[in-house]
Design a protein around this ligand. Sequence first.
Ligand code: ACO
Ligand code: KIV
Ligand code: MG
Length: 549
Amino acid sequence: MQPEKYRRNPTPNLADRQWPNNQLEKAPIWVSVDLRDGNQALANPMTVDQKLKLWHELVDIGFKTIEIGFPSASQPEFDFTRRLIEENRIPDDVTVQVLVQAREHLIERTYEALEGVKKAVIHVYNTTSVVQRENVFEKSKDEIKAMAVQGAKWVQEYAQKASIAHPESEWVFQYSPESFSQTETDYAVEVCKAVMDVWQPTVDNKCILNLPATVESNSPNRFADQVEYFIRNLPNREAAIISIHTHNDRGCAVAAAELSLLAGADRIEGTLLGNGERTGNMDIVTLAMNLYSEGIDPELDFTSPKKWIEVVEEVTQITTHPRHPWVGDVVYTAYSGSHQDAIRKCLLKQKNGQPWNVAYLPIDPKDIGRDYEAIIRVNSQSGKAGSAFVLAQEYGLNLPKWVQLDFAPVAQKLAEEKGGVVSHIDLFEAFKAHYALGENNDQLENYKVDRNGESETVQLEISGEIWAGQGQGTLSALCDAYQKKTGASIDVIDYSEHAMHQNAMPDGKDAQAIAYVYLDTPQGKTVGIAMAQDTVSAMILAALSGLQR
Ligand SMILES: CC(=O)SCCNC(=O)CCNC(=O)[C@H](O)C(C)(C)COP(=O)(O)OP(=O)(O)OC[C@H]1O[C@@H](n2cnc3c(N)ncnc32)[C@H](O)[C@@H]1OP(=O)(O)O
Ligand SMILES: CC(C)C(=O)C(=O)O
Ligand SMILES: [Mg+2]
């Protein structure tokens, strides 16, 4: 490693920074740049049809501004813009945005592509960074500022020309000092002020100033300093919407955008799942869900990610990482025992309408179309709670703790033998086999329970034999009957029963109840479980099953 090869990117010295004390209260203005920045990063750029497909998903999610492309760059980009306009596919409350360099022929062509549009943001940019001024453009600060001013003038002039044929078209102007984060912030203010001097925006007719971390080169706190400094020093700030466009080179694009909102930014550009140049653009899903998890309405609808993720993956040919924040396949899944135990206990306590308060689950997975089915998966790292959760979710079994403990070694052995995740079907089969569930129900041919004051009498006909006993309840009468029959004394340590959810058990057929009995016998402690049409039958059969085991 050669750290001496690199230098820290200078940022303003903002000793009285305000952003660390601020709190987010509402969602920003969101802008999807999937169809432009996302698209320009693909080895195979999207076809017009693919762009249309993604466009409809973006509209469905609720984006009100969508950067649709760079219409002067290529025929497909131009054609896509025309399709949206000519086929009337742009809803009245959605504004399209297009990108263009500060070059006249490209700006002219951009307006041609937009002929007849209802409302569009014309986004013009030129780089202002030190490295690009010196090594790419070989221009002085004044020359670069002049490029920006000239670009702003062309954007304005061609808008005026376009309005002659189409006075109904509404134009909004946006300027990006590209590589803002690698630009001296004072100079970025100077260039943006010069652009505003051309456009003359007002509070009622604002322009947009978009501040990109084109290549992320600062820690997020230092980027937030740059944004706060810019905003505090920009004359006529009220006439501009301050927009942020971060990239993810250091893996902090979302953090930088989130802190920029604290620093006073109004608007965020990004892509779904963070597709974009190099390590990608800021991931709007992550930022929006971060806000959501703090109780802020994200104003985007992510209730059904499966649908649009499929489209994003298809058009970008990039698969989604299973651990992608908020929407990855396994991000609500716990494999480890103590996590499973905590989740299960919290979910039992979680009441409808109360604030979400579940350990290891930062949001309710159901909010984004996830089923609880996938939350807990049993493997060899799982403890007793994992199998209890799966059997409860899938088959409606509320296992008492002593059943969980009794069954845990069976589940553990199964997981070790399988070597991976145990399916709920395998787990249930093992459960049925271990407790001989449903196997011996026929042995109880008849029973009669009589209550007389405090005492109960039971008479059972088991495999043709009559058993009779007395006790304070059915189970103690049964123990008495057993002792009379066999001479062996047994005690009931614990007992539990519950109704069965209809159709919860594949083989439960007419079973309405399940009973769990924990017995102390001369041979040791034993658990018996049985399902039956009524709770008394289930209780008797469970005790018999325990005795047989
Ligand atoms: C950070 C970003 O994402 S910026 C957006 C980047 N996206 C894209 O570039 C995708 C689409 N671009 C393209 O298809 C092409 O670059 C086009 C059609 C726009 C332009 O193509 P060309 O005219 O062949 O130029 P080329 O791509 O080589 O761009 C470099 C030229 O543009 C100039 N240039 C680059 N950016 C800008 C700008 N923002 N404003 C003015 N001039 C610019 C350069 O100085 C260079 O000029 P030179 O040839 O006189 O040295
Ligand atoms: C054109 C600009 C906004 C851009 O994509 C960037 O700087 O990353
Ligand atoms: Mg970008």
